[in-house]
Design a protein. Structure first.
Lengths: 99, 145
């Protein structure tokens, strides 16, 4: 996680560095532990839901970018409050499609 | 536009700024594991793509850019917000790479060895993310005002 964060800090241009803001750092750590504890099929099931979570991440990051660049809002309130939208969208997809 | 690395930026980032991101990422790893344990892997899996580190990264970028301008004697600046916004646009493209990473894991993990699947999945994330960034740079032009 720190390695991906460090890459995001040193790389230029910042639009390229931003790619590392969506690096699979949490997934690599969690899926490795999950495979060891519960097996490959369990981890594959988690990865299926992760596809949906990542698509909602696209909406989240696009919204954050639009709010900061077009609506001229500050980074901290935008990125933290938009997490609620990620949660609502992800749980809705789980409720309507995945479960 | 050429991609480059400015390693002096590492010195500007304080140790606790890395620690915050590490703690946030670690906390979400634990929470995702607990949610999977209590509500099953279908629900817990969603949180593998939770944007845990991104708010801290964007806030730090905003802060560093504002500090840079203030050191240059510019008190009022929108530079931090603009750079954070551009970084968020990059993260949006990276999230499509993240979806590809998850798709590769979902489809290949049941039939391949673990190390091979992880290598292919990380390579797929990097290829898709960088290709989308390159395509956007090449073909997207800001509309003239």
């Amino acid at each position: 996680m720190s390695a991906f964060a460090g890459l995001g800090d040193v790389l230029k241009p910042k639009s390229f560095a931003g790619l590392f803001g969506a690096a699979p750092s949490i997934a690599l750590a969690t899926l490795g532990l999950t495979i060891a504890a519960n097996g490959k099929m369990y981890a594959a099931t988690e990865a299926r839901s992760m596809v949906a979570g990542a698509l909602v991440f696209f909406l989240y990051a696009s919204l954050c970018s639009w709010l900061m660049l077009r609506r001229k809002l500050k980074a901290m309130p935008v990125t933290i409050s938009a997490l609620a939208i990620w949660l609502v969208c992800s749980i809705s997809i789980w409720f309507l499609v995945l479960r | 536009m050429k991609v480059s690395a400015n390693f002096s930026a590492l010195r500007k980032t304080k140790w606790y700024e890395y620690a915050v991101r590490f703690l946030l990422g670690g906390s979400v790893t634990v929470v995702a594991g607990l949610l999977a344990k209590y509500y099953g892997p279908v629900f817990g899996g969603l949180f593998l793509a939770f944007p845990a580190i991104f708010p801290a990264s964007a806030t730090l970028v905003d802060k560093h850019e504002r500090e840079k301008k203030q050191r240059a004697g510019i008190k009022q600046t929108t530079r931090g917000r603009q750079v954070a916004g551009v970084e968020a646009a990059g993260a949006a493209l990276g999230s499509l790479g993240l979806a590809t990473f998850a798709y590769v894991i979902w489809k290949l993990l049941p039939v391949w060895n673990v190390a091979g699947v992880f290598i292919v999945a990380v390579a797929a994330w990097l290829c898709v993310s960088v290709s989308l960034w390159w395509l956007r740079k090449k073909h997207w032009r800001r509309p003239s005002k």
